[in-house]
Design a binder for this molecule. Structure first.
Ligand code: FAD
Length: 444
């Protein structure tokens, strides 16, 4: 009998692979080792739990451990940490309840995710200083807000987690400051979108400090201040959101190759340099659909899709994981912001393109129809071929229109082909020329 399909990590990538492999090949044994207690949870919903829009942390769980075990026949073992992989012997070594054992595998998926980056700040261990990566951390922040009733909060990092947490904590009645060391927040979203969101955060009362590096935290047992280069500001609560690092140590120690981004290198099927070892999700690279180069874009759909594809491949039907366009979307109070593809001039040039771009403001509905708001669209294309490279949009409604451009990016459409798409129109939904089509008309 074939050795089981073994999966390390029980969230988006791991459980998608487990479910799909079982569906495609019910006779194959699938074993998942998850070191924590939570599986199949939506980390993306955690800021909304802290905000109070999601009542229970359990609501973020898509499929419970019992459902995996009883309905999907997955041998799911929580509280089991994989501490080593031997790709020659085809075993993983597992620690559980003080016991250690070896588990043979036929195929292996590494889906260990990523962890929050923790800069070497003094005072990181003070009570009231958090990162937000795991469900337990979301729980701890929520408990802290409930029990300690902080009046001021500092968010370190103006990425999407920082922006979502700013909204959540303002909603909880807390005075929020955000510190970003770069000249703008939401770096991957481009200048026009980032500056619109920054203005909006300030309008909502967020004290936003750009080009401001945090150096550490002060306090006795509990955090009281955030130390800046030449100043210190009060904070009863701190959330550090300065990016994530892929969990690659297990793979690296086993001789599994990492790629140029530092995440696990994979081919188009999610395979590593070992034929029967796959990697997916936040721990792994994916090829970028525009540059064709390996990239590390730790987002949920990428993880779910890759896991699902690998589950299908392992069940005998080789299926590519799909690549990444870096499509992302974030809510900031009354605004939405979204991006896809390549927006940065230098990155486009490095990939051999000659980028041209346009930024337009367009109404989301005709002037005579109630409720129209303004959408700002930045569209980037290759000046020579006309190929659509990427876009960013920001506005109060309709930012999911980014998906039209994401589709164009995947399909390698030119700006003229994008402009010529037959998109839906009726006054309650959009003007006759959708803002994306208008941007394409202007850039063409
Ligand atoms: P993870 O979710 O990190 O899961 C990996 C699992 O592996 C963990 O449960 C871990 O305990 C386990 N593990 C690690 N090492 C071992 C080991 N040695 N043995 C056993 N188990 C192990 N993405 C979006 O696309 N949109 C969003 O709006 C969005 N919002 C987010 C908001 C927040 C606050 C956070 C933190 C993330 C957000 N994300 C969002 C990112 C998204 O959650 C991740 O891309 C997704 O969870 C990745 O899934 P994964 O399975 O690769 O890894």
């Amino acid at each position: 009998m074939t050795d089981p399909f073994v999966i390390v990590g029980g969230d988006a990538a791991g459980m998608s692979a487990a479910s799909k492999a079982k569906r495609e090949d019910p006779d194959r044994e699938v074993v998942v080792f998850e070191k924590g207690d939570w599986v199949s949870y939506a980390a993306c919903g955690m800021p909304y739990y802290v905000k109070g829009e999601v009542d229970d942390l359990e609501d973020l769980v898509a499929v419970t451990p019992e459902e995996f075990r009883e309905e999907r026949d997955v041998d799911l073992r929580t509280g089991h940490e994989v501490v080593a992989i031997d790709p020659e012997a085809k075993t993983v070594t597992v620690d559980a309840d003080g016991e250690r054992f070896d588990q043979p595998y036929g195929d292996l998926l590494i889906a260990t995710g990523a962890r929050a980056v923790e800069p070497p700040f003094e005072g990181f261990d003070l009570e009231g200083v958090f990162t937000l990566r795991s469900m337990d951390e979301a729980d701890a922040i929520e408990d802290f807000v409930d029990e300690q009733e902080p009046r001021t909060a500092a968010i370190v990092g103006g990425g999407y987690v920082g922006v979502e947490m700013a909204e959540a904590l303002v909603e909880r009645g807390i005075d929020v400051s955000v510190f970003e060391m770069l000249p703008r927040i939401l770096q991957p979203f481009g200048e026009a979108t980032a500056s619109t969101v920054a203005d909006h955060l300030r309008e909502q009362g967020v004290d936003l400090h750009l080009e401001t590096a945090v150096e550490g935290f002060g306090g006795v047992d509990r955090v009281e201040t955030v130390q800046l280069e030449d100043d210190a500001v009060s904070a009863d609560l701190v959330v550090v959101g300065v990016g994530v690092a892929p969990n690659v140590e297990l793979a690296e120690e086993a001789g599994i190759d990492l790629g140029p981004t530092g995440a696990i290198a994979t081919d188009e099927y999610g395979r590593t340099n070992y034929e029967d070892v796959f990697a997916a999700g936040d721990c792994a690279e994916e090829d970028h659909v525009v540059t064709g180069e390996p990239d590390h874009v730790p987002l949920a759909l990428t993880a779910n899709r890759a896991g699902r594809a690998i589950g299908t491949t392992v069940a005998g039907d080789p299926t590519p994981t799909g690549g990444t366009a870096g499509t992302a979307i974030v809510k900031a109070f009354d605004l939405g912001a979204a991006r896809t593809g390549i927006l940065e001039d230098d990155r486009a040039r490095e990939a051999g393109f000659d980028p041209v771009s346009v930024t337009i403001d367009a109404a989301t509905r005709p002037h005579y129809y109630p409720g129209a708001t303004e959408l700002t669209v930045t569209l980037v294309a290759d000046g020579e071929s006309g190929r659509v490279l990427g876009a960013s949009v920001v506005g109060e409604e309709g930012v999911k229109r980014i998906d039209t451009v994401a589709t164009a990016v995947h399909a390698e459409l030119t700006v003229a082909e994008l402009r010529n798409l037959d998109l839906a129109y009726a006054p309650p939904f959009s003007p006759v020329w959708d803002p994306i089509l208008t941007a394409a008309k202007v850039l063409e």
